[in-house]
Design a protein around this ligand. Structure first.
Ligand code: ZN
Length: 152
């Protein structure tokens, strides 16, 4: 799942807990719960014929995703100045961590995280149901808006 919906749930968690560590743990747990839901982004970039083309396309998508997610965090900070920032950073870090760990494990070939990489893939394929991004992207946008409605 994109980092933007993960972030929007983290912002909602921020409004519910008061301890940064607790927020972090809920952020991590929320990440895996969201990843279990079939979310239709597995085949993104597959229309690119070369490996390099696919990687470049994924980087562009990831860039937009991270910019959007960061914008949500700033919006939250300006709209809700009374919120505990440490709690918010805890929740957001927790929600981002599983994908950051997975990306670094894959990119830097960190052997010790092999089991984790398999676990992350298992969570993604929990229902074994993949569908096209043409449905997955609107689903994730809708989900993000729903979570933001809860958070704001
Ligand atoms: Zn993930």
């Amino acid at each position: 799942m994109f980092i933007t919906p993960h972030t929007s749930i983290a912002l909602w968690i921020t409004t519910k807990v008061s301890d940064p560590m607790e927020a972090f743990i809920f952020g991590v747990v929320s990440h895996f719960i969201l990843d279990i839901i079939p979310h239709g982004d597995e085949s993104i970039g597959e229309h690119k014929k070369t490996k390099k083309g696919r990687l470049f396309y994924m980087l562009k998508v990831a860039f937009v995703d991270v910019v959007l997610a960061t914008a949500l965090v700033f919006l939250f900070l300006t709209r809700k100045p009374d919120m505990d920032r440490k709690v918010m950073y805890g929740a957001v870090a927790g929600a981002w961590m599983p994908d950051l760990a997975w990306l670094s494990a894959e990119y830097f070939k960190i052997k010790i995280l092999d089991g984790y990489v398999r676990f992350h893939a298992k969570v993604h394929n929990f229902f074994g149901w993949e569908y096209a991004p043409v449905y997955g992207v609107p689903f994730q946008i809708g989900f993000t808006l729903f979570a933001l409605k809860l958070a704001f």
